[in-house]
Design a protein around this ligand. Sequence first.
Ligand SMILES: Nc1ncnc2c1ncn2[C@@H]1O[C@H](COP(=O)(O)OP(=O)(O)OP(=O)(O)O)[C@@H](O)[C@H]1O
Length: 396
Amino acid sequence: MQMSESLSTNSNASSVRVSSPQPQSQQSLRRLSLCSQIATHSSPIVFPEKRTKKLKASSRRSEVGVNDVQAEKSKGDEHRIDIGGGDEKSDLLAGVVYSGKLILDKRNNTTTASSNSSDVDQKSSTGVPNQEAVDAKLTSKALVWGSQVLPLDDVISVTYNVGLRHFTVHSYPLKKSSYGLSCFIKPRRSRKDFRFVASSAEVAVQWVGAFADQQCFVNCLPHPLVSSKKQSSSELFPMDIPHELLFKCKNPPKMLVILNPRSGRGRSSKVFDGIVEPIFKLAGFKLEVVKTTSAGHAKKLASTVDISTCPDGIICVGGDGIINEVLNGLLSRDNQKEGISIPIGIIPAGSDNSLVWTVLGVRDPVSAAISIVKVNFLLLLSSWCLLRKRDNGWRL
Ligand SMILES: Nc1ncnc2c1ncn2[C@@H]1O[C@H](COP(=O)(O)OP(=O)(O)OP(=O)(O)O)[C@@H](O)[C@H]1O
């Protein structure tokens, strides 16, 4: 099978991580743009209607994160990437950062919410599926293969086992039923893993590196045979992360989680442990979780926590009350400047959650977790204060 890959640099790659300090004005602008990203993150991506009758009929079904118009197309069209179809779709398909041939291994794709990245790849066989390679490309906004489009906004991370030809893309696309009147219908996302096979291990590394360039977290794991005690052979399969991946992979964010176990009539711990923490783990986050023991505990924590232990932020899990406590705790710190500079994430797990929905436009815990993973934090108290003064939306 003839493979051809070409690597080009992406000048438009957005950098939304919080690690490097920037001048204050730029930081404020970035935070504002992040807030607006968050507000729109849970909105559905709607591809415009196709011109032909056949595709018009399927346009309702194409309003999904993973765009599957395959069923309506003839088999001859199967491996063609359709770039036409309107501005929004063209927007997703523009700005190619890497392209080549990939095989989607349908045998190993999972939708299990609880399985973690290493489970997925340990379970996978290393054999190559008997399927045809299709044209694939990674743009700054989406992964496209055949006629399928997976927006990068829905991608949490990529798992790669050193030395193998395959890699797995972990995503949380919106369920079809979540579209429509997004103001009234609770958006629902569920996990979907796509296992791709490249022409060689070197090409797989390049694909994974291209994902890393687009701010996707990369779980780099040893070769399955090396990690297996029985068949350990570090000489045959070096465990070292390929050099080209090493410098592209980012340090995972380190955050403090303050969880009110009484929120949401006692359901918040279940929400966090069952559906939220797996997303953060998949994205490589290092979390320290503290469950509050009484009213006022969250405020005390926020007012005294050593910020160097959670340099990337504090995530509040609960309802409006716990957010209120954390904000007040940060404002009452001896070093208030430090307090208002710490990024704050909110996972709605209370009984009402009106604050997070009103201010950030996110109301389900999965979408909120994905927003934090994709843009790294939700709001900054300093920006919040600034914005509240204006009283007309998220502007300076
Ligand atoms: N361990 C705890 N035991 C009892 N109360 C607590 C505990 N931890 C926090 N609290 C208090 O519980 C109050 C309500 O919590 P929170 O707002 O998070 O949940 P909720 O009432 O379910 O959500 P919402 O405010 O959205 O309706 C908070 O103001 C906080 O002071």
